[in-house]
Design a protein around this ligand. Sequence first.
Ligand code: AIR
Length: 395
Amino acid sequence: MTERQTLQQTAAGRRLLPGSVIGVLGGGQLGRMMALDGVKMGYSFVTLDPTPNSPLGQISEQITAGYDDVEAARKLAEQADVITYEFENVDAGVAKLLEEQSYVPQGSKLLYTTQHRLREKAAIEAAGVPVAPYREINSLEDLQSAAAELGLPCVLKTATGGYDGKGQAVLRSEEQLQPAYETLAVGGAELVLEKFVKFACEISVIAARTPSGSVKSFPPAENVHVNNILHLSIVPARVPSDIQLRARQLAERVAEGLNAVGLLAVEMFVTEEGELYVNELAPRPHNSGHYTMEASATSQFEQHVRAICDLPLGDTTLLSPVVMVNVLGQHLEAAVQRFGEHDELAESLGVVPKLHLYGKSEAKANRKMGHINLLCGDVRDALEWVEKTNIWRQD
Ligand code: AIR
């Protein structure tokens, strides 16, 4: 920890004024966009990432080493006034070391909770917020009796490590139980069975909480996934305003219940009856919050910096309807081409496309390479732009 005048001791923790150095575990796009906003505010950044010239490393200092490299973590702690992370599978030993040797306002408890589906669900329920009915599964017999109790269809998921639809299987018939169990329980992996929620749509709310305990949320995004990967976030979400309000209240309640610091992304299912069930949490900036970069008074990245530095949280007012569309490896070339040309379609629809690219050197299929925020008068116009450009056409 460096000695600086930018550090103020407050009742709840430390206020880190602009001029402080923020250390980030992970140098991917989320860290990069955090730094793009943080640098504007006067902070500087150092990242620890195994890949040289990572998306964040391109615009900050970088320590190139593995995430479990204790010596490198110690170096990060020396260089930074405050440490955060931009993905949640942080090595528990490294998180503990950093907490001892540096200042990690988010703490390791939040990571410990959100790295494990069963712990996460228990914490959400303890905050008085509903999750879909679920059971812990330790054997094939557990699975058979839990499936009988909950009724099919159900979703079997590994308790740790799964993302973008990996580590899960939808079970629609009894014959599918055993093969799914054998596939997912390899190496004694802990499993959880969830009742399949027949949702009308999926939404997410990003809440922020400071060490001093103030909480603010952003308006919900309506999320459309393709092949289990986020494709679109539509804001305002096309659900009634009372549901939007309830979703924000639930997200804020979860952030408070978990004593979260920084951002907490809360993914939810909305049923036809207007019920809300929390699906998943992420204690970091979230893909479904990228819309805030141009469409909100404060972006999620600025909000995260404000929260971990214990500054007053920024205004989360939505300034314009917006649709965020992800640019995956297979979309990159066409999206870049399009930005080199005059976009008559956008002009005629009154849509303003804003391109964000992450600086990744390798454009693999389904890899998140960038996104486009489409500012618009009505989200239908932005959706029409997405459709008519043919960049996201599925053959
Ligand atoms: N990320 C972390 N959790 C979920 C996502 N999307 C971001 C982080 C991480 C990057 O994805 O910014 O560093 C890794 O992207 P890739 O394409 O290198 O796997």
